[in-house]
Design a protein around this ligand. Structure first.
Ligand code: ADP
Ligand code: MG
Length: 325
C-alpha cells in the first residue's frame, strides 16, 4: 500500500472506532518502513503501538465503572480512582516491604482463600501530618486497581451516638457489596474542629464503635485507617488490625530522595544533597515535597533549566517559617 492508502485505512478504522484495526494498520506501516531500511522509524512505530496497547489494557482492567455512592451513603463516602503507585513513594525499606506484602496478599486473595487463609486487610497507619498516610491509601488503591472510598468523618459524626453507629453500619454494609480500599482518614481532625465540646470522650466513643464494626467485618474490602493521635486508641485495640504501620518524619536520605524524585524532570547539577537534606531536618515529607516544587517554580520563572542548591535552601527556609501545611 502507498502512504496515502495507509492513511485512508487508518482514518477508516478511527471513524469506525476500531482501535485494534487502527493499530494493526500502524504495524503494517512499521513493517513497510522496516523493509525499506528505515529501521529506526519502524522501531518507533512498534513502540508506540505497544504503548497504546498497554495503556488501553490498563484502562480496561479497571473493575466496575465507578459510581459515586448515592443517598445517605453518598454523604459518607467519596469515591475515586487513584493512579498513585507505591514506586512513587520514598519509604524506609521496612515500610516499603510491609506495604508490598499487603499488595501481594490482596492480589492473591482468591488463592489464599482457597486454602482457608485470609489476606491482610485491616491496616492502621500512624504518623505525624504530612508523613504519607493518605498517599499510602491512594497508592494501595492504585496498585490494586480498586476504587478508593474515603470515609468523610465530618458527616459521620453526629451528636447522637446511635446515629453515628447507624452511619458506620451503612459504610460497613457498602464494603460487603463493593470491593475497594476504604480509607478512614484522620480520626483526630474532628477533635481539632470541635473544641467546644467534650471531644476526647466523643471521639473515643466513635472510635470504639468503629473498632467494633472492624472486628465483625467479614468483607473483602481493604480497610485503611489513619491517625495522628494513636494515644486516643486503647493499645489493646491495635490487635484488631492485621498491620499497624508507623510513619515518622523522614531521615535525611529519604528527604533527599523525595526532593530528587520531585525534581526528576529538572537538571540539578552540583547540588550538595547532604547539606540540603540536613537543612530540611524537621520538615515532613509533605513539606519537603512542597519545598522542592517551590524551588522548581523559582527556576522555571527565572527561565533556568536547572534547579540550584540555593533554590532549594531558600524554599526550605520558607517552609520552616510558614505554619505546617
Ligand atoms: N513517602 C513519600 N514519598 C514521596 N512523597 C511523599 C511521601 N509522603 C508524603 N509525600 C508528599 O506529601 C504529600 C502529603 O502527604 P499525605 O499522604 O497527605 O500525608 P498525611 O496523610 O500523612 O498527612 C503527598 O501528597 C506527597 O506529595
Ligand atoms: Mg492525610
Amino acid at each position: 500500500m502507498t502512504a496515502a492508502k495507509h492513511l485512508i485505512a487508518l482514518l477508516r478504522s478511527h471513524i469506525a472506532g476500531d482501535d485494534e484495526q487502527f493499530l494493526s494498520v500502524a504495524l503494517q506501516v512499521a513493517a513497510k518502513e522496516a523493509r525499506q531500511g528505515h529501521g529506526k522509524l519502524a522501531i518507533q512505530l512498534r513502540e508506540l503501538v505497544d504503548e497504546a496497547r498497554r495503556s488501553k489494557s490498563a484502562i480496561s482492567k479497571r473493575p466496575v465503572p465507578l459510581a459515586q455512592p448515592k443517598g445517605d451513603l453518598g454523604a459518607l463516602l467519596s469515591a475515586s480512582y487513584s493512579d498513585t503507585r507505591l514506586s512513587s513513594m520514598v519509604l524506609p525499606e521496612e515500610i516499603a516491604q510491609r506495604l508490598k506484602r499487603i499488595v501481594l496478599e490482596q492480589r492473591q486473595i482468591h488463592r489464599l482463600r482457597e486454602h482457608g487463609l485470609s489476606p491482610r486487610r485491616k491496616i492502621l497507619l500512624i504518623g505525624p501530618p504530612g508523613s504519607g498516610k493518605t498517599m499510602t491509601a491512594a497508592a494501595l488503591s492504585g496498585e490494586l486497581g480498586l476504587p478508593l472510598f474515603t470515609v468523610l468523618f465530618e458527616s459521620l459524626i453526629t451528636r447522637f451516638m446511635g446515629e453515628t453507629a447507624a452511619k458506620l453500619r451503612l459504610v460497613f454494609d457498602a464494603m460487603m457489596t463493593t470491593r475497594g480500599v476504604y480509607f478512614f482518614d484522620e480520626f483526630d481532625a474532628i477533635g481539632a474542629r470541635r473544641g467546644e465540646r467534650n471531644d476526647v470522650g466523643e471521639i473515643r466513643r466513635v472510635l470504639n464503635s468503629f473498632l467494633q464494626f472492624l472486628e465483625n467485618d467479614k468483607s473483602e474490602g481493604l480497610i485503611v485507617a489513619a491517625t495522628n493521635h494513636p494515644e486516643l486508641l486503647d493499645p489493646a485495640l491495635f490487635r484488631r488490625f492485621d498491620d499497624v504501620i508507623q510513619y515518622a518524619l523522614p531521615a535525611p536520605e529519604i528527604a533527599a530522595r523525595i526532593m530528587q524524585t520531585r525534581l526528576s524532570t529538572f537538571k540539578t547539577p552540583g547540588i550538595n544533597w547532604e547539606r540540603v537534606a540536613a537543612d530540611a531536618e524537621g520538615l515532613s515529607q509533605a513539606e519537603i515535597a512542597r519545598a522542592a516544587d517551590e524551588a522548581a517554580k523559582r527556576a522555571v520563572l527565572s527561565e533556568r533549566k536547572s534547579v540550584t542548591g540555593d533554590d532549594l535552601e531558600l524554599a526550605i527556609a520558607e517552609r520552616k517559617l510558614s505554619p505546617a501545611s
